[in-house]
Design a protein around this ligand. Structure first.
Ligand code: C2O
Ligand code: CU
Length: 502
């Protein structure tokens, strides 16, 4: 088992050391919620919107008065939002002005393999012709995962042949996804279409993308990432903070610590994205609106639900998205509503505060009908049934799938394009399962019907022990893709597998 050098220390002997790190304390609900800027295309040729993105080191103010060095798409964190339309292709040229190789993955995108961000399809820093010490990948093309190594820049092509959805893009470099996303390499990619726009959903200022992350900070304001990354200081106990995935003590929404947002007494659409490396959130409104059911889910990871589903709370695993309507007119003006996190404790039990204003005219509505019903799925029509067992990652144990760690040259499953397969994912104890290319529906959890929040098409599912069965629809493009744990440290510890679609 070859463990990457950056994380090899996680499989160590110092696990008895108590995990300690305390970030500088910041007041909660003291800064307004930022909204990431929307990126404009540089041109439109032959119906393709072309974007240029520079991956840049930058310094931003996250904690008051303490500058934080980040790596950001266009130098901001979150990265700029890309707004795309179904059926209209996008090409994004990423320029790597950082000091390390990068890879960009469009999470939830149905993307050809050479643009999907296979973890070995590195983009080397501008001016760097080889990457010293990097094991030379020998993928199917002989020189890389699927697209090979690019020098300085790569153009990623997204056909957008899929319905409206909240997608996101983030770094996916082999062995280093955790630290690179942590430093800021993540942004929204909102896919829109006519069907959705014809619905009377809240829009404009009343549509809020919410990227939830957690971080540790050092006293000087820099991010603290507990690993053996030579740039970062090593302290007693850091391995214990790392080994099961990094969960910081400071909650950020759109890059700001515990922000507040003033809302009208009206309906709002919240596009919730958990972009944290490892933390899950059990989100609820505190206080709940009279009568409960305050979180009306309209969409899942990759599109609108057939019908809205009301929840009192939503358990959001790393990588998952929930598209939700909250009607703040159900609260009296002047109410402060905290987006709380029941799976957190102390400061991490709170995320964001909504300060509700007066009731205003609101022509939005939550239609009873949102998207088409999925075709009924008959299990006997499944092309095959596979089992993926996610084991380890905790307590310094190797992070494995079917007792193996990732090997770029080993294909772990071969599937047929156009088929639907049943996958049994068993986990111990808890892992967020994600696959590239294919979208799926949850069939059952431990033999019981899926949770209400499992409705709809998904690309990531949080599994809190036991087994989940999913029906995976493999449409799109032939090629080699990965499935992995979206606890990014587990992924870096090689809890990942190749599957090939032909
Ligand atoms: Cu969001 Cu393979 O990742
Ligand atoms: Cu995991």
């Amino acid at each position: 088992v070859a463990l990457p050098t950056a994380v090899g220390g996680a499989v160590g002997v110092r696990l008895a050391v108590t995990a300690t790190h305390r970030s500088p304390s910041v007041p909660r609900f003291a800064v307004p919620l930022p909204i990431p800027p929307v990126l404009r295309p540089v041109s439109t040729e032959d119906g393709t919107d072309r974007y240029e993105v520079r991956q840049l080191p930058a310094e931003v103010e996250i904690l008051p008065g303490r500058p934080t060095p980040i790596w950001g798409y266009e130098g901001v964190f979150p990265g700029p939002t890309i707004e795309a339309r179904s059926g209209r292709p996008v090409a994004v040229r990423h320029h790597n002005h950082l000091t390390v190789p990068t890879v960009v993955h469009l999470h939830g995108g149905v993307t050809p393999p050479d643009s999907d961000g296979y973890p070995l399809d590195l983009v080397l820093p501008v001016g760097q012709h080889r990457w010293p010490g990097h094991h030379v990948p020998t993928g199917p093309s002989g020189h890389g995962g699927t697209a090979g190594v690019a020098h300085g820049a790569r153009t990623y092509r997204y056909p957008n042949q899929q319905p409206a959805a909240t997608l996101w893009y983030h770094d996916h470099r082999m062995d280093f996804t955790g630290p690179q996303v942590y430093r800021g390499l993540a942004g929204f990619y909102l896919l829109r279409d006519d069907a959705e726009e014809n619905l009377p959903l809240p829009r404009g200022e009343r549509e809020l993308p919410l990227m939830i992350t957690d971080r540790f900070f050092n006293e000087d304001g820099s991010f603290f990432y507990p690993s053996l990354d030579p740039d970062l200081r090593e302290r007693p106990g850091v391995h214990a903070l790392f080994a099961d995935g990094v969960r910081g003590d400071t909650i950020l929404v759109n890059g700001a610590p515990w922000p507040f947002v003033r809302v009208d007494g009206a309906r709002y659409r919240l596009r919730i994205l958990n972009a944290s490396n490892a933390r899950s959130y059990d989100l609820h409104l505190d206080p709940p609106p009279p009568g409960g059911g305050g979180l009306v889910q309209i969409g899942s990871d990759v599109g609108l639900l057939p019908r809205p589903v009301s929840h009192d709370s939503l358990y959001v695993g790393a990588g998952e998205r929930y598209d939700v309507i909250v009607d703040f007119s159900r609260y009296p003006a002047g109410t402060s509503v905290v987006f709380g996190n029941r799976s957190g404790a102390g400061p991490t039990a709170e995320v964001l505060r909504f300060d509700v204003g007066t009731r205003v005219a609101d022509d939005s509505a939550i239609p009873e009908r949102l998207g088409p019903d999925p075709e009924p799925f008959d299990e006997s029509q499944a092309a095959t049934t596979r089992t993926f067992r996610f084991l380890g990652g905790q307590g310094g144990l190797p992070a494995t799938i079917n007792l193996r760690t990732f090997q770029p040259d080993r294909v772990d499953a071969r599937a047929r394009l156009g088929s639907t397969e049943i996958w049994r994912i068993t986990v111990d104890p808890e892992h967020p399962f994600h696959l590239h290319l294919g979208h799926f529906r949850v069939i059952d959890r431990n033999g019981s019907p899926p949770d209400p929040q499992d409705t709809g098409w998904k690309d990531t599912v949080q599994i809190r022990g036991g087994e989940v069965r999913i029906a995976v629809r493999l449409t799109g493009y032939p090629g080699r893709y990965v499935l992995h744990c979206h606890n990014l440290e587990h992924g870096d510890m090689m809890m990942m597998a190749n599957y090939e679609v032909a």
